[in-house]
Design a protein around this ligand. Structure first.
Ligand SMILES: Cc1cc2nc3c(=O)[nH]c(=O)nc-3n(C[C@H](O)[C@H](O)[C@H](O)COP(=O)(O)OP(=O)(O)OC[C@H]3O[C@@H](n4cnc5c(N)ncnc54)[C@H](O)[C@@H]3O)c2cc1C
Length: 229
């Protein structure tokens, strides 16, 4: 963090920013209770990735890939010249047809891992946990468990898979190649505002209550409503 403040100033180093550009973006934000500024520099032009998914980063390569960016970006990239920097390949899940089968369910990244463009991976795992723990509290016998898991799947699968989808689209936005936006700043702001609003302003308590209602309906012999979302 000290090096980051020296290079970028406290306003930038101690807050969250995304620098967007053609074919990639650079995110910076404080972690570790403010002791470290984390940098995520993303090159979105790779079509495929061979070999291990996480490898020690080659600073020369990163520097070359961002060489056409402006001086502010260069100051950030120069901070990456240290041995602990890692290179990660980015993956997400195609939508699974279900998150449950009988007495078994998937949650978190196992069910819906997403790209990092909306910082939502752990958030979605926590939303899964909220719904699951509320349902588990109501399960009294082993044969009720599959019904609880069906209610979980009904509520959590649409939202978490939409998060994967919008995260992927945000990656395109941040690389300035989302078709209806490209590098138009006004359209960019409108689009990203809508995406974050949809994500952050969700009533997760309501989502949990809906899952409980669905479970109770299934317990009484009712059917899943295909229209419900
Ligand atoms: C570089 C990076 C940055 C990220 N930044 C953010 C962010 O800013 N915000 C955000 O919300 N999310 C972020 N994420 C995503 C977030 O880390 C994941 O979505 C989240 O950790 C998923 O939690 P999980 O419990 O589902 O899976 P994991 O955290 O992967 O936990 C699974 C655990 O299971 C263990 N395990 C695996 N197999 C077995 C086995 N056979 N037996 C026993 N244990 C096993 C693993 O060791 C691991 O501990 C980031 C991810 C990465 C890689």
């Amino acid at each position: 963090m000290k090096d980051a403040i020296d290079a970028l100033g406290a306003r930038i180093a101690e807050n969250s920013y995304i620098l967007v550009g053609k074919g990639g973006c650079i995110m910076t934000y404080p972690i570790d209770f403010g002791k470290t500024m984390n940098i995520v520099a993303i090159n979105s032009s790779y079509e495929k990735w061979e070999g291990p998914w996480v490898v020690p980063a080659d600073f020369g390569k990163i520097s070359a890939e961002f060489s056409g960016w402006g001086p502010h970006a260069q100051s950030i990239i120069n901070l990456l010249d240290r041995p602990e920097t890692m290179a990660w390949s980015m993956w997400d899940h195609p939508p699974a047809p279900t998150y449950c089968s009988g007495h078994i369910a998937m949650m978190g990244d196992a069910a819906h891992c997403s790209t990092p463009f909306q910082g939502q991976g752990a958030g979605q795992a926590i939303e899964d946990a909220l719904v699951l723990e509320s349902l588990f509290a109501l399960v009294k016998t082993p044969d009720q468990l599959p019904l609880a898991l069906k209610a979980y799947d009904r509520i959590r699968r649409p939202r978490s898979q939409r998060v994967c989808q919008t995260s992927r689209e945000s990656g395109e936005l941040c690389a300035l190649r989302f078709p209806s936006v490209m590098d138009d700043p006004k359209a960019f702001k409108q689009n990203i505002d809508w995406r974050m609003d949809w994500m952050w302003n969700r009533d997760v308590g309501l989502e949990r209550d809906q899952a409980v209602k669905i479970y109770q309906k299934l317990l009484e012999g009712g059917e899943l409503d295909p229209e419900f979302d």
